[in-house]
Design a protein around this ligand. Structure first.
Ligand code: PEP
Ligand code: MN
Length: 355
């Protein structure tokens, strides 16, 4: 399905990404107002705060609900910032709009549930409000696109995606693995869709915010949504990943924003070379597949199994070691050979199963 988009038109300082900042949760009127005033004094144009919080386990702070919405109204009145919050049900949508919330976002847990997304979409029919859709918790691009299609299908054209990383069982550095290739592929599939990076939920740690923001900018993302709290250590949710408005301002001030379109002759010539190399890569791959099909024929005639595990491991190890010598990450090369091998096996299967 082709999406019908119009520009998000969110405020930003010239040539800079737009930034939505604010606490994970609206905890008290005082915390909301203090944080908002500090952010506004740093030149922030958009304020986020969670009113309804989907927590992993019961007992965590689940948000203040409707009582916190007048605080958001007050933020807008006193600072002029636009306000943004997460909605997970039609009732949330109705209340958020009633209190003049300017930007809605759909959380990662909600995006993973098509019933919930459809219910939200139905409640948005006939309303013109920007909606940002976080990636689902699991690394499933189609599910993310499906949610964008559902909301767009309801007539919402000011649409954007938020990249907040993906859950994994074994947590390493990140709280949620960035898997940058997924938002990059999303951009390729839906050209013109603004992508916002959420370094707070990817990193899960204050010290990862700055490098993640920079990475997002280097990949040409359009905006950032960052959790900022007047007293991060005392936050009622996501305490370890929030930064003060002061620190956020510093992080944003050192961000390097590179020109997206390079038109210098140098890079054009280099790109040509890359295109030629890619051409040869495909050519060589097709030759490799042809030989592999011949081997398939041989295996068929000699009643051998397709998968010869010893040979497969040998290829992976040998090419991994070779890559390493040439300064390429062996894990990356192993992945490439895994894919090549998978396709080889598919082609051989076809031959073996031919009558
Ligand atoms: C949030 O933005 O505070 C939040 C709950 O995010 P996510 O849906 O990405 O977990
Ligand atoms: Mn949070």
């Amino acid at each position: 399905m082709e999406l019908e988009l119009s520009p998000l038109s969110l405020p930003s300082d010239n040539e800079r990404p737009f930034v939505i900042a604010g606490p994970c949760s609206a905890e008290t009127e005082e915390q909301v107002m203090t944080t908002a005033l500090q952010l506004a004094s740093k030149g922030c144009h958009m304020f986020r705060a969670g009113i309804w919080k989907p927590r992993t386990k019961p007992g965590g702070f689940e948000g203040n609900g409707e009582v916190a919405l007048p605080w958001m109204e007050q933020v807008k009145k006193e600072t002029g910032m636009l306000t943004a919050t997460e909605v997970a049900t039609p009732e949330h949508v109705e209340l958020a709009l009633k209190y003049g919330i300017d930007i809605l976002w759909i959380g990662a847990r909600t995006t993973a549930n098509p019933f919930a997304v459809q219910a939200i979409a139905d409640s948005l029919k006939g309303i013109d409000v920007p909606v940002l859709i976080k990636n689902p918790v699991n690394p499933d691009l189609e599910l993310w696109i499906g949610a964008l299609e559902r909301i767009n299908g309801a007539g919402i054209k000011r649409l954007g995606a938020i990249h907040r990383g993906f859950s994994s069982y074994d947590k390493k550095i990140y709280r949620n693995l960035p898997m940058w290739q997924i938002p990059i592929e999303l951009s390729r599939r839906i050209p013109g869709l603004p992508i916002v990076n959420d370094p707070s939920h990817i990193g899960g740690r204050r010290d990862l915010i700055a490098p993640l923001c920079q990475q997002a900018m280097d990949l040409g993302m359009d905006g950032l949504i960052v959790e900022s709290h007047c007293n991060p250590e005392k936050a009622w949710s996501d305490a370890s990943q929030q930064v003060t408005p002061d620190i956020l301002d510093f992080i944003l001030s050192i961000l390097v924003i590179r020109q997206e379109t390079q038109t210098t002759e140098n890079i054009t010539a280099l790109r040509k070379q890359i295109d030629e190399i890619d051409n040869s890569l495909i050519d060589i791959l097709s030759k490799r597949m042809r030989i592999s099909r011949e081997i398939g024929q041989y295996k068929k005639e000699h009643s051998m199994t397709i998968l010869q595990t010893a040979r497969y491991s040998e290829i992976l190890d040998k090419r991994g070691a070779q890559a390493s010598l040439l300064g390429i990450d062996p894990e990356c090369v192993k992945k490439i050979f895994e894919s090549i091998h998978e396709e080889s096996v598919n082609q051989q299967m076809k031959i073996i199963n031919e009558a």
